[in-house]
Design a protein around this ligand. Structure first.
Ligand SMILES: [Zn+2]
Length: 313
């Protein structure tokens, strides 16, 4: 599977928008941006304290994307960020986290309710989930970079919400939205793969192993180190599979497969409550309940498992 994957394999993952053009060249064009904010076709993507505005029934949620026309939203927004254009429609993320109770604010409550994307994401078309994930991730970064990490002065938003600049003229440090890479790895040994479980996960959930990259490491080094640290297993044939933005709050998951060269499990750190080898038959027979369930369907972990199952024989 991994050898024959198409170059756009990442487009199959959740939280990647297939058609959003970011138009970075427009981020300096204040007149053009002001025009977008007056255009009735422009859609706002409101975020309240890392939750997205959601409409529709619980089983089929969809993003609530009010029109930017009129100035109704300006008194509610503490940060705007131009996201891009898809199918001729411009999208602008707005942070309404300063509103104490959005359910009591008719201009917001009239469109929907604020919900954590981790609840609604798997139930949405991928483009919709991607739009909300992007807005959530970018505005989360703004809220946590209001002060300069170098001198402590306040920072200001520039480039249509894609850069912050320290307001202290003697410092002037530029701050850019950050993404923390993490490796996520399906380790295989013939017809078995390695799944583990953390205490904090939903009951029964088992998944492939993952961990953050450390300074001075390549992705492949991080793969080998994480597997060794968590379960004491050595790996070879480390192969890239695809990547997935995971803005909960600001990660990029970089997916790999790796072949185990040792198979005995030793728990090296406290991260896992359990880990074991599972055959394809085990996973196909997963009861999907509190005794055992596969990773959530919007995750790259699930895609790694699904592709490994499909690569049978
Ligand atoms: Zn500074």
């Amino acid at each position: 599977m991994t050898r024959d994957q198409p170059p756009d394999a990442a487009a199959e993952n959740f939280y990647i928008h297939p058609g959003l053009e970011r138009h970075a060249e427009r981020r300096h064009d204040d007149a053009w941006l002001a025009e977008r904010l007056r255009d009735p076709s422009t859609r706002l993507v409101p975020v309240w304290r890392a939750k997205n505005l959601i409409a529709g029934p619980r089983e089929a949620p969809r993003p609530a994307l009010p029109s930017a026309a009129g100035d109704w939203w300006r008194r509610l927004s503490r940060q705007e960020a131009f996201m891009g254009i898809a199918d001729g429609v411009a999208y602008v993320a707005i942070d309404v986290g300063g509103v104490a109770a959005p359910e009591d604010e008719p201009a917001l409550a009239g469109h929907g309710t604020f919900v954590d994307l981790r609840t609604t994401g798997p139930l949405m078309p991928r483009g919709d989930g991607a739009l909300l994930a992007y807005a959530r991730g970018l505005l989360w970064w703004h809220q946590r970079h209001r002060f300069c990490g170098v001198c402590g002065h306040t920072t200001e938003s520039h480039e249509a919400g894609h850069r912050r600049t320290c307001g202290n003229a003697d410092c002037g440090t530029l701050h850019f939205p950050r993404t923390d890479p993490a490796v996520i790895v399906l380790v295989h040994d013939g017809d078995r793969c390695l799944l583990g479980r953390q205490r904090i996960w939903p009951p029964g959930m088992h998944s492939v192993l993952a961990g953050f990259l450390e300074p001075g490491e390549s992705l492949e080094m991080a793969v080998a180190r994480e597997i060794k640290e968590e379960v004491g297993i050595e790996v070879a044939d480390i192969r890239y599979q695809s990547s997935q933005p995971w803005p909960f709050p600001q990660s990029l998951m970089v997916g790999f497969t790796a072949r185990a060269t040792t198979t005995e499990i030793f728990f090296g750190d406290d991260e896992l409550e359990d880990a074991g080898w599972y055959s394809r038959a085990d996973l196909r027979a997963s009861p999907e309940d509190e005794s055992f369930r596969l990773p959530r369907r919007d995750s790259i972990a699930r895609r790694l498992v699904d592709e490994w199952l499909a690569a049978d024989g």
